[in-house]
Design a protein around this ligand. Structure first.
Ligand SMILES: O=P(O)(O)OC[C@H]1O[C@](O)(COP(=O)(O)O)[C@@H](O)[C@@H]1O
Ligand SMILES: [Mg+2]
Ligand SMILES: [Mg+2]
Length: 341
């Protein structure tokens, strides 16, 4: 019988993100503290956005800006706020020499030419859900620059390909705020404890189930999808799988990552490349997914193998439990060979 059992009031709060990063720094290539600092800068911006999201209705942060972004989408106020907050945190942190953002057409030069990293970011994911209090998120992808330190970063730094990411993650602003990331090893989740102002390790070493019962797709577009995809969705219904679609990629991905499921954003005739952006939505989630045991593909290849060619290029996305993605791939590839014959 332990002599002085720890009173409940003094139970440990758990591992903070800062401490976790410090303890795992040896895992980073070039472990000199810069990537650790960069992850801390992202967490800081995440805490600020958490605050803005929570009080959006109180401080007139809902609604549109009346302008469109490079994607031709109406920018929401929180899209712009989140973009400004992340750019500021990454610039002031000093480790990042350039950023690309869903909300900006070109490369954002931070002026930190001494910085060794570049970041691709979707500052606010799930914009259509901002005003209706449904979970939204941030998605980020980090590369070590390939252009010489001290020089001005270029497009080349962002065209390295999905496998070259040194870290990727997302922040989900939901019933609680959680930051999930990987540096290429395990995938870990940290829940934001507002009272402490700290992200605390709550989901260590996330491993996704090999199979699942959930499928996530905007079936409102089903008639626009290619036959094989329609056949796969009909098959999901025949199997009485559970349809769940929040309309925020981060939130749909997070649920399926933990519970087992598949997310589909197929191409349509009008959008042959689908809707989702390769560099700051698909690459980072594919990088996380594969380390948690999931698969991420499009019609012809794994997402991480796609050759990048432009900052805002899109790709169809099928992401989730390996057995479900493999089954979908059979439908799609059979369909494609039938079309060829
Ligand atoms: O309304 P649709 O066509 O189903 O698209 C929803 C998808 O679009 C997105 O909102 C696109 O991301 P943004 O909100 O960052 O532009 C995803 O989060 C979501 O999965
Ligand atoms: Mg998005
Ligand atoms: Mg967005």
């Amino acid at each position: 019988m332990p002599t002085n059992p720890t009173p409940a009031l003094a139970l440990p709060v758990g591992t903070t993100l800062d401490r976790y990063i410090m303890n795992r720094q040896y895992q980073f290539a070039y472990a000199t503290g810069e990537l650790s600092q960069l992850l801390r800068d992202i967490a800081l911006a995440g805490k600020i956005i958490h605050r803005e999201v929570n009080r959006a209705g109180l401080i007139d942060l809902t609604g549109g800006m009346g302008i469109e972004n490079v994607q031709g989408e109406k920018q929401q106020k929180l899209d712009v706020i989140a973009d400004i907050r992340f750019r500021r945190a990454l610039t002031n942190g000093g480790e990042v020499c350039a950023i690309i953002s869903e909300e900006e057409e070109g490369i954002i030069l931070t002026g930190n030419n001494g910085g060794k990293y570049v970041v691709a970011i979707d500052p606010l994911d799930g914009s259509s859900n901002i005003d209706v209090n449904v979970s939204i998120g941030t998605i980020f992808s980090i590369y070590r620059r390939v252009t010489p330190t001290g020089t001005q970063p270029t497009l080349e730094d962002f065209m390295q390909g999905g496998h070259e990411q040194v870290a990727a993650g997302y922040i989900l602003y939901g019933s609680s705020t959680i930051l999930v990331y990987t540096t290429g090893h395990s995938v870990n989740g940290f829940t934001y404890d507002v009272s402490l102002g700290e992200f605390i390790l709550s989901h260590p070493d996330i491993k996704s189930p090999a199979d699942g019962q959930i499928y996530s797709c905007n079936e409102g577009n089903i008639d626009l999808f290619a036959e094989p995809v329609q056949a796969y969705l009909h098959n999901c219904r025949r199997q009485q799988l559970t349809a769940r679609y929040i309309g925020s990629l981060v939130a749909d991905f997070h649920r399926n990552l933990l519970k087992g499921g598949i997310y589909l954003y197929p191409p349509t005739k009008s959008n042959p490349d689908g809707k989702l952006r390769l560099l700051y939505e698909c690459y980072p989630l594919a990088f996380i997914a594969e380390r948690a045991g999931c698969l991420a593909v499009n019609e012809t290849e794994s997402i991480l193998n796609i050759q990048p060619h432009s900052l805002h290029q899109r790709t169809p996305l099928y992401l989730g439990a390996p057995q479900m993605v493999k089954q979908l791939t059979v439908f799609v590839r059979q369909g494609m060979s039938a079309q060829r014959d």
